[in-house]
Design a binder for this molecule. Sequence first.
Ligand SMILES: O=C(O)[C@H](O)COP(=O)(O)O
Length: 223
Amino acid sequence: MSKLILVRHGQSIWNDRNLFTGWVDIPLSQKGIFEALNAGEKLSKFNIDIVYTSKLARAIQTALIILSKVETQKTPLIIHFNGKMKKWSNYASNIEPIPIIRKKALNERYYGTLQGLNKKEVGLKYGEQQLKLWRRSFDVEPPGGESLKDNLERTLPFFKKKIIPDLDDNKNVLIVAHGNSLRAITKYIENLDEQQIIKVEIPTGTPIVYNYENKIFKDKVIL
Ligand SMILES: O=C(O)[C@H](O)COP(=O)(O)O
């Protein structure tokens, strides 16, 4: 049996200001740093074998803070896949690494021209109903951006191709990502339909743990 742990990054500076963020690469707020530390404390006794994050700083920052709290002799190691960084930085003969793999597939949903706008002001300008459609419908795209369906179509192939095999290999996997990329994964592993996923909210800095055995996700616990 293996474990899958999902964590949405801690609060970012733009979460705090209620701005659409998407792919804008905003770091954690002070509260977000505390949330990440708190998540790390909750996960301190977990034996984490591999970590996946998005390419965005708020997820990477959260993952590194969590790993600073995990009690292990292993060494967190950010994996680089290109050029000299690949050749020169992944050398780790005497250490047992916890590889940290950063992938665009796990990025937040791209919010298009809404990025940087205040969510409340968008609601006042376009109406609450439109705001809700842009934020929580399954397949309505925000202007120039990705719907949850689009997000799911880039996140799930990666999840199935790379992360499921790790779980099948009995590795305990931590994914630190975003509200919508984690909703996409949740839809798949909990077998939710398009109506059910609309209501799912993923809180910041809160570990969600599943046991995985014989291709089945079970025993969900929110820490
Ligand atoms: O990108 C953002 O603004 C948030 O991280 C997620 O926003 P949402 O809850 O409006 O989808």
